[in-house]
Each structure stands twice: as structure tokens, then as C-alpha cells.
Design a protein around this ligand. Structure first.
Ligand code: CU
Length: 131
């Protein structure tokens, strides 16, 4: 009788450890989800109201990329890549906006701009290089 109880305790212990391991593994697999690389583009750096910093960004072909637009200026701006239909809507001074995009599958260079009238002409342009 004593022996049977002992076996039952061992079996239960093994079962508990097994369940814990399965639990650990399944929570592990969720961390395998690919997180997009993040790029931050800032405006208003060093008082340059109508400029993006950096003005050139490089991404890999087909790369999933999260773009964060950080408006450190004193007026509202937006961020658009017209040819790729990528848009971060008007972002007020001191705020950030973001968008996640998948880069084209072929290399190329695309302009990004602030689409608020007059801002592109004042210098709010940059290049996204896909390579
Ligand atoms: Cu602007």
C-alpha cells in the first residue's frame, strides 16, 4: 500500500513538471513572433522646423518596418511616402505617430514628404532606399 502511494506521488510530480514545461514552451513560442524593426524619424531637430532627421533611411527588400514619426517642432506635420501609400496622419507638435509597412520586394528609392501645403517645398523631403 505504501509503495502504491509513493508511485502515485512520483507520477503526480512528473505530471506537474510536464505541465509546467509545456506551459513554458507555449509562452516561449509567442516570443518567436517577428517584431518589425523600428525607425524613428524626427522633425524639428535643432530648430529645423521643415526638415526630417534622418533625411535618408534604408530598409531591406520586403522588410517589415515600423516607422515612428516624432514631431519635435513647433507646428503640426505629417509623414507620407506617396508612391507606397504609407501615411502617418498629421501629428501635432510634441506628439508622435507611427505606421508599420512592408518594404517593396524590389530595390528602389522613394521620396517621403510632409504633405502639409508648403512644407515639402520648405525642405520636408527625404528618401527611403529599399535595397
Ligand atoms: Cu510639415
Amino acid at each position: 500500500m505504501q509503495n502504491i502511494n509513493f508511485k502515485l506521488v512520483i507520477f503526480s510530480s512528473v505530471l506537474i513538471v510536464f505541465i509546467a514545461l509545456v506551459g513554458a514552451c507555449s509562452s516561449d513560442s509567442s516570443s518567436n513572433v517577428v517584431q518589425p524593426n523600428q525607425l524613428t524619424i524626427t522633425s524639428g531637430v535643432d530648430g529645423a522646423e521643415f526638415a526630417f532627421d534622418p533625411a535618408t533611411i534604408e530598409v531591406g527588400v520586403s522588410e517589415t518596418i515600423k516607422i515612428v514619426f516624432d514631431n519635435k517642432g513647433t507646428i503640426a506635420h505629417d509623414f507620407e511616402i506617396p508612391d507606397l501609400e504609407v501615411v502617418i496622419a498629421t501629428t501635432n507638435a510634441g506628439n508622435t505617430g507611427e505606421v508599420t509597412m512592408v518594404a517593396p520586394s524590389v530595390p528602389g528609392t522613394y521620396d517621403f514628404i510632409c504633405s502639409i501645403p508648403g512644407h515639402k517645398e520648405a525642405g520636408m523631403v527625404g528618401k527611403l532606399i529599399v535595397q
